[in-house]
Write a protein that binds this ligand. Structure first.
Ligand SMILES: [Zn+2]
Length: 194
């Protein structure tokens, strides 16, 4: 079954962005894909509740979740604990294999960074679906596209823009609240020091 992007609000047209070779800007999504992205968004919310930048990831194989995680570098004292890496570790430990089975899809709420796209290639993820773009350091089209480089012996099929608005809004709200809290703390410190 397919459902249109309009019925899937909040999908937005990405027509302002050039289509990059190997990256598909979909206008229709499978209901199945929407379901898994919703799960990734829930995980992102969990991250936000822990004070982490809200990013969630789900690894799916044969309609089953085989790994999941949310961004947790602060709480985990681990610079590598991005949502994608947490989900990959979860799956690899469960399957007792450093490589994932064929036809595994990663759903993540934000465009992967250099580290994460590298790890996805090493783990042999087949398909990547992400929600929001990361214009500052995204490595699947925003700055570079590492998913289709010929020097890797594995390429990942990429689709972007599923639930883009939901994910972008969650990130914006998180950063706005964080800035507000930082401002409040600064004013409090100034009052105390005077
Ligand atoms: Zn990352």
């Amino acid at each position: 079954m397919t459902i249109s992007s309009t019925s899937l609000k909040p999908y937005q047209s990405l027509s302002r962005q050039p289509d990059i070779k190997g990256v598909h800007t979909s206008t229709f999504w499978l209901a199945e894909d929407a379901k898994w992205m919703q799960k990734a968004l829930k995980l992102a919310e969990q991250g936000a509740e822990c004070g982490e930048v809200p990013v969630g990831a789900v690894l799916v194989h044969e309609r089953q979740i085989i790994g999941q995680g949310f961004n947790q570098p602060i709480g985990g004292h681990d610079a590598t604990a991005h949502a994608e890496i947490v989900a990959l570790r979860d799956a690899c430990q469960r399957l007792e294999n450093y490589r994932l089975p064929l036809h595994t899809t990663l759903y993540v709420t934000l465009e992967p960074c250099t580290m994460c796209i590298g790890a996805l290639i090493h783990a042999r993820v087949d398909r990547l679906i992400y929600a929001a773009n990361e214009p500052r350091a995204g490595m699947v089209g925003s700055q570079l596209d590492l998913s289709i480089q010929p020097f890797y012996n594995h390429n990942i099929q990429v689709h972007r823009g599923l639930c883009i608005e939901h994910s972008s809004q969650m990130l914006k709200t998180f950063f706005r609240e964080r800035r507000r809290a930082a401002k409040k703390n600064k004013s409090k410190a100034l009052i105390e020091n005077n």
